[in-house]
Design a protein around this ligand. Structure first.
Ligand code: GDP
Ligand code: ADP
Length: 181
């Protein structure tokens, strides 16, 4: 049981499925990324993300503090190296929820990781979910949907594909992948 990387287009339900995975499998450790995105209502610094400004993000990049980092829809995101390495050194399961460019960097840095792609039942359903969440302005949704079209073509790069039709079923499938050698 090592590292599992979960990717998939914005709005597919990664956050929702990861929350269900935590309930089914409380031993899983989920990395907390750093981001320059502004917190959404209800998000707490250090819980969903470490919210940092651009200067701090630059310094973290320069100091080699990230396993991977990428810009997504105008904001920067990165996986802090030290907590992940501690967890993997102890041989415990770890989960990263990151976008495609970051997943590709992890594939190079940690080739033994397992890569899982979460996909929507249909394009229209993805649009409905991203719009229905109501957390982004229309132009941000457009940017994320444009990016989603690109990300969906990368599905064949992944070791496993999970369709997020039903949240609990998708979460159970992800847990089974997390605990498989
Ligand atoms: N490369 C990379 N992507 C990340 C990281 N943390 C989050 N992301 C991805 O960045 C994208 C945008 O995340 P966010 O703004 O929280 O929106 P949401 O995932 O649609 O709720 C998603 O695809 C996340 O999986 C990270 O540390 N590195
Ligand atoms: N299986 C599902 N069926 C219907 N709606 C879903 C499902 N999974 C997630 N959602 C909804 O879709 C929206 C986007 O989910 P979210 O977890 O924020 O996606 P992501 O983290 O991939 O951007 C949310 O409003 C969420 O409640």
């Amino acid at each position: 049981m090592g590292l599992t990387v979960l990717s998939g287009p914005s709005g597919v339900g990664k956050g929702t499925v990861v929350a269900a995975v935590r309930r089914l499998f409380p031993d899983v450790w989920v990395s907390v990324s750093a981001t320059t995105r502004a917190p959404r209502p209800g998000e707490t610094d250090g819980v969903e993300y470490h919210f940092v400004d651009d200067d701090r993000f630059d310094r973290m990049v320069k100091d080699g503090e990230f396993v991977e980092h990428a810009t997504f829809a105008g904001n920067r995101y990165g996986t802090p190296r030290a907590p992940l390495e501690r967890r993997l050194d102890d041989g415990l399961p770890a989960l990263l929820e990151i976008e495609l460019q970051g997943a590709r960097q992890v594939r190079t840095a940690i080739p033994s990781a397992r890569f899982v792609f979460l996909t929507p039942p249909s394009w229209d359903e993805l649009v409905r979910r991203l719009t229905g969440r109501g957390t982004e302005r229309p132009e941000v949704i457009e940017r994320r949907l444009a990016r989603a079209r690109v990300e969906l073509t990368a599905e064949p790069e992944f070791d496993a594909v999970v369709v997020n039709d039903d949240v609990e079923a998708a979460a159970a499938r992800l847990v089974s992948l997390l605990i498989t050698e």
